[in-house]
Design a protein around this ligand. Structure first.
Ligand code: ATP
Ligand code: MG
Length: 279
């Protein structure tokens, strides 16, 4: 059922993102805890409308256990957008992975990949593109369920290329065809863009660093653009003990040509995912 931001009290701040602030909140009558994301007004009303429309589709249709549930979304007179979401008590995969020592085992990575692919195949089947798959947008709860969070909200930041420091956070996971469509046949395949981002995310969780940059390398725009558009796509290092199924999975996601990337439903039957231990 609907939850409005008038129905909740703020308990504290869960985190700051590129596009807004996320609060932990509690419902005034049911005491249910939620996350409330407030995104500051966007200058482009077209982008805003698109965001509201897509999030609304999702709010009405999402019975998908692999997507963070949205209980209500409102546009304030100020232009700010407030979104009441399912609270994920273990936070983002990004911070969880750091807390666990910086890297995840192949088995854990396969568990994550399977859940995210279930979410992506649901979204893509409903003609919805996430556009911002990355470790900080994947949320985890006590049951070790991994869900795609932050649906749509982040994409309103994507065209912003001026703030160099936040650049990696917003655009580093974009596919070559999305960053530079002209060099890749003029149009990019938005669904395949999500698969590229998933491939980078999975590789990052395993390696413990963003795979397109060497640890410590400056994440500036030219370096990043070069790595995404002109270098060979990242692979698992040869000397690494990774299985051939894992290597193959990464290659199926990280094809520079969008048409060569596997779809979410194809990847769901990739042998790498058979590595998931059933709980
Ligand atoms: P971006 O603005 O690009 O999405 P981000 O993903 O780093 O950047 P937010 O999505 O705004 O930032 O989230 C900020 C922080 O709030 C997250 O890192 C996470 O700790 C917390 N958070 C977000 N959504 C939830 C949620 N549903 N449940 C619990 N914590 C959340
Ligand atoms: Mg986010």
């Amino acid at each position: 059922s609907e939850v409005s931001c008038e129905d909740v009290d703020r308990l504290g701040v869960l985190g700051h993102g590129n596009s807004g602030v996320v609060y932990q909140v509690r419902h005034k009558t049911t005491s249910q805890v939620y996350a409330l994301k407030v995104v500051h007004g966007h200058s482009d009303p077209l982008v805003c409308r698109q965001l509201l429309r897509e999030t609304d589709i999702l709010r009405r249709t999402a019975d998908c256990p692999y997507i963070v549930k949205c209980y209500g979304i409102e546009e304030k007179p100020s232009g700010d957008i407030a979104m009441v979401m399912e609270y994920m008590d273990l936070g983002t995969l990004d911070s969880l992975c750091k807390d666990l020592g910086g890297t995840l085992s192949e088995e854990k990575v396969a568990h994550v990949a399977r859940q995210v692919l279930n979410g992506l195949s649901y979204l893509h089947a409903n003609k919805i593109v996430h556009r911002d798959i990355k470790p900080s947008n994947l949320l985890v709860n006590k049951n070790l369920e991994v869900k795609i969070g932050d649906f749509g909200v982040s994409k309103i930041m994507c065209p912003t290329l001026d703030a160099r420091n936040s650049f990696v956070g917003t655009c580093a996971y974009m596919s070559p065809d999305r960053l530079d469509p002209e060099a890749h046949g003029g149009d990019y395949d938005a669904y395949a863009g999500d698969i590229w981002s998933l491939g980078l995310t999975v590789l990052e969780l395993y390696l413990g660093h963003f795979p397109l940059l060497q640890p410590g390398q400056r994440p500036d725009w030219p370096t990043l653009m070069d790595a995404i558009c002109f270098a060979d796509p990242p692979r698992l290092p040869e000397e690494d003990g990774a299985s051939k199924e894992f290597r193959s999975f990464i290659q199926c996601c990280l094809q520079k040509e969008a048409s060569k990337r596997w779809t979410a439903s194809q990847l769901l039957s990739h042998p790498f995912l058979a590595k998931v231990l059933k709980p």
